[in-house]
Design a binder for this molecule. Structure first.
Ligand SMILES: C[S@@+](CC[C@H](N)C(=O)[O-])C[C@H]1O[C@@H](n2cnc3c(N)ncnc32)[C@H](O)[C@@H]1O
Length: 306
């Protein structure tokens, strides 16, 4: 059981028990097409399979962690405390893109990340190190992009920020060793998932109100059509004998119920009416094509312990 390296919006650590209790008795390969922080993947530590996310920088990070853990750790160790003075020997040290003076090392790192040099200057390892550094030192520790794709989170307040994460990087590198890491839309899964495999979908949730922040994962949102397409993909996998588990917003209850999945409501604030009219207000659902009879004993054991 490995902890995720990055803190990511929508991380599923609190839902792990609920997800495990739907697992089939056995499965072949494990796939996670909306990877983010990969809380379930790192907890399972699968031997093989695929992970995927549309966020290019996130995927670059996992590839670097898998393929170059020592170099990544060394580079992170060379970074300074976020509140220290900017490094006068480095590019972008005086002002940011808007011409504002950069006052400390954190904003210098953020600027470097956002200016993302391309071509010969582009350095995948540095890009990965900057992502982890910012994730560990920014406010609330969450990755967020503005509409033009810039990372715009201000500096956080940490008495002793730890951005090197040597242990976690080494463990992740080991777990990812035989994993196929992809950077594309979730649909790739129909090409790779085979009968008997297990797929966990954790898409960006559909906004439950106009002020909800579910589309903040990246500059691109995940709208109604994407959600319907995902349902179609889940159905196709089901027809091919693939085990599917999906977490989603409560507002998606009906479309999975109607598609024949087993759907249950999860989340701390259950406000579903007994007649089911008020489903929009519930937090989360878990939908799966794995029947209660096919589920592994681990879930029942958990219940006995309880
Ligand atoms: C809810 S988060 C996943 C959180 C993850 N389960 C965890 O534990 O941290 C959803 C992820 O889907 C990614 N994403 C958005 N649209 C996508 C698409 N069309 N295909 C694949 N990934 C997508 C986002 O970049 C984000 O990282």
């Amino acid at each position: 059981m490995v902890k995720p390296i990055l803190k990511w919006a929508g991380g599923k650590r609190q839902l792990l028990d609920e997800l495990y209790s739907r697992f089939p008795e056995s499965y072949s390969h494990y796939h996670e097409p909306f990877f983010g922080g990969g809380a379930l993947f790192f907890d399972i530590e699968p031997d093989n399979g695929t992970i995927n996310d549309t966020n290019t920088r996130l995927i670059n990070f996992y590839k670097q962690a898998r393929d170059h853990p020592d170099e990544l750790i060394n580079l992170l160790q060379s970074f300074d405390d976020p509140e220290s003075d900017p490094d006068s020997n480095r590019r972008f040290s005086d002002t940011n893109r808007k011409g504002k003076e950069i006052k400390n090392y954190y904003y210098q790192q953020r600027e470097l990340f956002n200016n993302r040099p391309h071509g010969d200057e582009y350095d995948e390892l540095e890009e990965a190190a900057l992502l982890l550094y910012l994730n560990r030192t920014c406010y609330n520790g969450l990755y967020r992009e503005n509409s033009s794709g810039g990372f715009n989170v201000p500096i956080g307040r940490y008495s002793n920020p730890d951005w090197v994460r040597e242990d976690e990087i080494r463990k992740a590198s080991r777990v990812l060793e035989d994993t196929d890491i992809r950077n594309t839309g979730f649909e790739y899964i129909t090409e790779v998932a085979e009968e008997g495999d297990l797929v966990y979908f954790d898409p960006p949730y559909k906004p439950m109100s106009s002020t909800a922040y579910f589309t903040d994962y990246s500059a691109e949102g995940f709208g109604k059509e994407d959600q319907e397409h995902l349902r179609d993909v889940a159905q196709e996998l089901n027809e091919n004998g693939v085990n599917v588990i999906l977490s989603n917003s409560g507002v998606m209850y009906e479309i999975y119920d109607e598609a024949g999945f087993h759907v249950e409501v999860e989340g701390a604030t259950r406000s579903i009416n007994s007649d089911g009219d008020n489903r929009d207000e519930v937090d989360e659902i878990i939908a799966t094509n794995i029947t209660p009879e096919e589920r592994q004993r681990a879930g029942q054991q958990g219940l006995a312990d309880f």
